[in-house]
Write a protein that binds this ligand. Structure first.
Ligand code: BGC
Length: 740
């Protein structure tokens, strides 16, 4: 796709010199104005913001995506403010803009950084066409809690996967050159620890020991910073007693001193003033002082900086040199973006919304994100030749808005193709498609239409049920304590099952759901997340075997909610469970003593395994791994180990497999996880084809933070696995030996 490119960075003299020159001309009020981000006021934005922009009181606006309004706001900033500094125009472009891609958690299930980068790039150019030059994405919070509604926006539970995909998103949004038309500034969020909210309740407290913070939660952020993410957003949460927005350990020590970040940090919405609500400060002035001193450069909404920082500087509570640093960080990003040279948007320089390429990407992304969780007796794929009728049942079959998922401010529902439409298009007159929604919403408790659904299923060759949760049930402030299918969906499944025909469940949801109560009632499950604009055609292709499913879970699926947090890279404990050491509550002998069972780490009613493991995902092909090898049994610090295995498609159809490399460091200065993902590759194989999958593993990739918070690679024994999920795979061993 030819995007009109204007290489703006090449025209720029030294950015640091320009920052210094500009800072030298700025009044204190103008400096603090740059640190102020304001809500745009929608269609009244121009009247609403004219005076404050003219006065130099606004550095950025958010939530304005009307290109004419944006251009006029930029004109006021450039021509009617004293120093003519253009605005950053921020928007939540999280998983697409007009064209909606699968939710980030769905994109993560593709395990395909190239695809994720392309999705972000399409989103960036559609957003840029509307004048938006800054997105609040990627969201790279690690979470192990599917109750948390914002898991939908995340890239899953694993720091390595989230790092690879987060970096891909940063590159997709920012392009090769931030100065090119169609590139927008990325914002890695929410720094840091937000995904560990207690009980998955949004905004709740997070307590993360520093060792775990560094080994898990901070890793994707460091990767995003290394990849050039120009901005970071603070988390709403209280982290170990210090809310992230005023957390100088995070914002100064880690981000600036250790990582050398030179972009800027924005608060989350009103999170500066919320410092007082947290109980960290007494009032807005104290909040502004705490956040600005800690290194939060820009305040999103709230106005505490604008109203209080001038006096705080004048009275000597905060050094103006600190303010200068924050302003320099903000101006640096504006210069990099090229907005001083090209403040306006000419939409004709960019392709149209929802064009063929965008919809093609949305379809490809949906296709690769769907995970085949189970497929008994090869119930899937269906065959259009062998079927005469198909019953399409359920509240998510024809829900063009709901399939888009959370964060779709600008999403164009008209672009959605639902599974029902796609199946009707695909099957034409050849197969009779009978549709019964059976429930008004997924939350419905009305079972009046269940008889009709069961009757139609009984009269058809197969029942395909579209279940799940609407987009409103996940996302910000939409956490759930019960993550079963909501409403009476499980009962609907039982009724349809009783009709005696094969039952296929296609589940669309913003999070892993606990599916224990339906898993045995259905023959196959395709987990489609919220698949975006082109979810329908992608699902139809998968149901009918035009393509084979290839998504793999980026997050563990618990059997029941009480197992949470359950994740693959847990620690071993001193009493690890095994099939021999556990018992189910129903099997306890009435005469058993308290100590006769249960001396290992498991639940009496849930065991210790998940329903579906991280990395799991079936295919219509069969993949076999053999001949796992390393090129050495011992390596030294600084060496690179080659780990390889042969992968064969022993099935009958071409398909893609995501080969995964896991490692265990057996002994550490701090205890180490039982497995850690260290590499993955998505590969397409024809039937009968064998490929050697090879991973390079440098000893630096085995480093971890020890109890002194030093990043170390320790000599010792390691296990390595290559396989198709975190619970399968061939295993080998190797050692790192001291260099001397
Ligand atoms: C969310 C952020 C988002 C911001 C702006 C907040 O409530 O936590 O993720 O970017 O709003 O819309």
């Amino acid at each position: 796709m030819a995007i009109a490119t204007i290489n703006k960075q090449a025209e720029q003299p030294d950015i640091e010199q320009r920052i210094e020159d500009l800072l030298g001309q700025m009044t204190l009020a103008e400096k603090i104005g740059q640190m102020n981000q304001v809500e745009s006021g929608g269609e009244h934005a121009i009247d609403h913001l004219r005076h404050s922009i003219q006065a130099g009181h606004v550095g950025s606006v958010l939530n304005q995506a009307d290109v004419d309004i944006v251009n006029e706001l930029q004109r006021i900033a450039v021509h009617e403010s004293r120093l003519g500094i253009p605005l950053l125009v921020g928007r939540d472009v999280i998983h697409g803009f007009k064209t909606v891609m699968p939710i980030p958690l769905g994109q993560a299930a593709s395990w395909n950084p190239d695809l994720v980068r392309e999705c972000a790039s399409v989103a960036a150019r559609e957003a840029a066409k509307s004048g938006v030059n800054w997105t609040f994405a990627p969201m790279i919070d690690i979470t192990r809690d599917p109750r948390w509604g914002r898991i939908a926006e995340s890239l899953g539970e694993d720091a390595y996967l989230a790092s690879e995909l987060g970096v891909a998103m940063v590159r997709g949004f920012q392009g090769d050159d931030l100065g090119c038309a169609g590139s927008i500034v990325a914002c890695a969020k929410h720094f840091a620890g937000y995904g560990a909210a207690e009980s998955g309740r949004d905004y709740a407290t997070t307590n993360i020991p520093e060792n775990e913070l560094r080994n898990v939660h901070l890793r994707p952020f460091e990767a995003a910073v290394d990849a050039g993410a120009n901005t970071l957003m603070t988390s709403f949460s209280d982290l170990d007693g210090v809310p992230a927005t005023a957390n100088d350990f995070l914002l100064r020590q880690v981000l600036r001193e250790e990582w050398g970040f030179d972009g800027f940090v924005v608060s989350d919405w009103d999170s500066v003033r919320q410092l007082a609500i947290h109980g960290l400060t007494e009032d807005d002035a104290a909040s502004a002082l705490a956040a600005a001193s800690a290194g939060c450069d820009m305040e999103m909404a709230g106005g505490a900086y604008l109203h209080h920082l001038p006096r705080l500087v004048e009275e000597g509570h905060i050094d103006e040199a600190l303010i200068d640093k924050s302003v320099a960080n903000i101006l640096r990003v504006k210069f990099r973006l090229g907005s001083f040279e090209h403040p306006y948007t000419d939409p004709s320089h960019l392709p149209g919304f929802g064009d063929e390429q965008a919809l093609g990407m949305a379809r490809q992304a949906a296709l690769q994100s769907v995970v085949l969780l189970k497929n008994d007796h090869a119930a899937l794929p269906l065959s259009a030749e062998r079927l005469t009728s198909i019953a399409v049942i359920g509240p998510m079959a024809d829900a063009p808005y709901e399939q888009l998922g959370t964060w779709i401010f600008d999403g164009d529902m008209q672009l959605s193709v639902t599974p029902l439409q796609a199946l009707q298009d695909m099957l034409g007159g050849k197969v009779d498609v009978r549709y019964v929604p059976a429930m008004d919403t997924t939350r419905s408790r009305q079972s009046d239409a269940f008889d009709e659904a069961a009757a139609i299923a009984g009269d058809s060759d197969v029942a395909v049920m579209f279940l799940g949760e609407e987009s409103i049930l996940s996302g910000e402030a939409h956490s759930r304590a019960d993550i079963n299918l909501p409403g009476d969906q499980a009962e609907l499944v039982r009724r349809v099952r009783a009709a005696g025909k094969p039952v296929i469940a296609v589940i669309m949801a913003g999070r892993p759901l606990t599916l224990s109560n339906i898993v045995d009632q259905v023959d196959a499950i395709l987990f489609a997340w919220h698949p975006g604009s082109m979810g329908g055609p992608a699902i139809a292709d998968l149901l009918f075997g035009i393509e084979s499913p290839s998504g793999k879970l980026p997050v563990t699926f618990p059997r029941m909610v009480g197992q949470i947090p359950i994740y693959y890279n847990q620690k071993n404990t001193g009493k690890p469970p095994s099939p021999e050491t556990i018992i189910h509550i129903d099997d306890i002998d009435p005469k058993a003593s308290q100590t006769s069972h249960g001396l290992t780490a498991f639940h009496l009613d849930a065991g210790y395994t998940p329903l579906f493991a991280f990395g799991h995902g079936l295919s219509y092909a069969r993949f076999e791994y053999q001949n796992l090898r390393t090129n050495a049994s011992e390596i030294r610090p600084g060496d690179t180990l080659q780990v390889s295995a042969e992968l064969t498609n022993t099935g009958e159809v071409p398909a893609e497999e995501v080969a995964q490399l896991y490692v265990r460091d057996l002994v550490g200065n701090v205890t180490r996880p039982v497995k850690e993902l260290k590499g993955f590759k998505r590969l397409r194989l024809d039937p009968g084809q064998t490929i050697v999958v090879e991973f390079s593993l440098h000893t630096d990739e085995l480093a971890f933070y020890d109890r002194n918070m030093q990043l170390v690679t320790e000599p010792g024994e390691f296990h390595a696995w290559i396989g198709g999920s975190s619970e399968t795979g061939l295993r080998t061993e190797f050692r790192i030996v001291d260099s001397d």
